[in-house]
Design a protein around this ligand. Structure first.
Ligand code: ZN
Length: 101
């Protein structure tokens, strides 16, 4: 797990289109509906910024889906969701992933 420290670093991860980017918008607070896991190649990722004003850096990068799911289950329990975009490879048919809820 890598905490993304700048937009430049985020950009490098997006360009590879490999791995997974997790937007930790709500952290451990709130419902977790905005805590969203994306494939690095998701078009949504290209509109992201690494830092949200007033919140700080809130993006994490994972090399594999297994690493991402393990971290999320341990650190965010059920308070996260998968990206729902049909353009996100995370939603390919047959990809059986849940957020543990
Ligand atoms: Zn996505």
């Amino acid at each position: 797990m890598i905490k993304v420290s700048s937009d430049k670093e985020l950009d490098n991860f997006r360009k590879t289109r490999e791995g997974y980017i997790y937007s930790d918008y709500d952290g451990t607070q709130g419902s977790g509906q905005y805590n969203k896991l994306h494939s690095a190649g998701c078009t949504t990722c290209f509109t992201m910024t690494a830092e949200v004003e007033g919140i700080g850096f809130n993006k994490y990068y994972f090399h594999t889906i297994g690493e991402a799911i393990r971290w999320l289950q341990q650190n965010r329990r059920g308070k996260w969701v998968l990206c729902e975009s049909k353009s996100d490879p995370i939603n390919v048919p047959g990809a059986v992933l849940t957020n543990g809820q």
